[in-house]
Design a protein around this ligand. Sequence first.
Ligand code: ADP
Ligand code: MG
Length: 458
Amino acid sequence: MSELNKVENQFKEKIKSFLNQNSFNTWIKPVKVVNIEGEVVSFQVPSKIHIDYIRGQYRSVFEKTLKDILGNENISIKFLIDSDTDFSFETKQETGTVVKKAKDLHKGRVAPYKETSLNPKYTFENFVMGNGNETAYVSSLQVAQNIRNTQYNPLLIFGGVGLGKTHLVSAIGNHAFNHDPGMKILYMTSDIFVFQIINHIKNKTIDEYKAYLRTKDLIIIDDIQFFAKKDKSMEELFHIFNYIYNSGGQIVLTSDFHPNEIHELDDRLKSRFKMGLITDVRPPDLETRAAIIRLKAEEINFTLEDDIVMFIANNINTNVRDLEGAVKKLYFYYSHFNKEISINKAKEILKELITSKKSSLNIDKIQDIVSEFFSIPKDLLIKKTRTKEVAEARAVAMYLCTTQLKSTTTSIGVHFGNREHSTVSHAAAKIQKKLSAKDPETTKMIDEILNVINLSTC
Ligand code: ADP
Ligand code: MG
């Protein structure tokens, strides 16, 4: 084993013991030690996001661990991006050396980022408010506008993965900072917070650490569901929370679950949290999903046709991260092949992202669900009946068949009483047009039916 590999293994082994599995796998596992020259240790990381995140969250952990391993107090760290794995847009389009890319990333935003660890990318302006996140958005904005003077202390946002919790709480920090650059803000993930506490207890510097926290106007702690496992520090945590609270500092927290569901969480902490505001984020509805897709595309100057936007919104309803993933995938194709993307191409590119659970769905099932939804006997959907209501239900069913299944319009037509493929396309386009025009009734209806479809295919 080479010297570099040895250092890398020891480094990972040590760091692993402080971090939760999730953080370790995401941020630490993929890094490689690629060079040690004098006091400079170079790490190769998969993306610019890793650099941002590691610099913000893990800098002191990295430095301390390397000092221990190498027995040198003056270690400095360099990051290089592995250009084979970095799919972030900026770096793909850039030329120049890998090292240059890593440096460029921090132009102009080093100071606040270094002090606060906030991700400058996350603001209220680029957050789509919609059904599912409205209360969380509004209360976050209120807190951001009234730091040190809010009724919501702490503010706790909970909800599933990829639904915008980190985005929202970072937006609070960025907003507060932009309006008052003198504002003292600190963002930490819970494992870093716990790491700091344990370390300061060990070094008998916990009072200094508390005094440091007390200088902050706003402290954001992300992902507190991980507090649960670190019971050793729980006692101290409670005191620290009280201490910050009593000194008037605003605390903002996120968690994947409601505190009541974090069974190992100290009861006193739970009741402390309940003295503030606990609000949730839920998966976005169809209209919000479409708006998010448009925004994410716009942010990278990528134009997506309405039918593609609706295709993604219809088919990916898990979380926002997955919506973003779909946009990135299409953009990746577009920028590499420099080709406009047709709806069929988009379907093909996104095939793997669209959940395979849909495999049990077929035309017959969609007809069942739609007939139930409209309370219309299924055979009317298939027969030539032309009453307005039946025609609408039929168009909806055809639309869903074209967007949810791989079947051709010809085969869909066959299942609808041998209708022409153009009739199917025409009916589907009619619904598509209403969705594109944000017709509220149609949007709500399609969203509800899609929910039934998703439940029935779980
Ligand atoms: P969580 O912390 O809840 O797991 P994140 O805040 O990391 O989720 O969000 C995942 C991704 O989705 C981020 O890139 C974020 O910018 C984006 N995102 C989530 N919700 C929204 C929204 N409502 N509008 C715009 N982007 C969003
Ligand atoms: Mg998060």
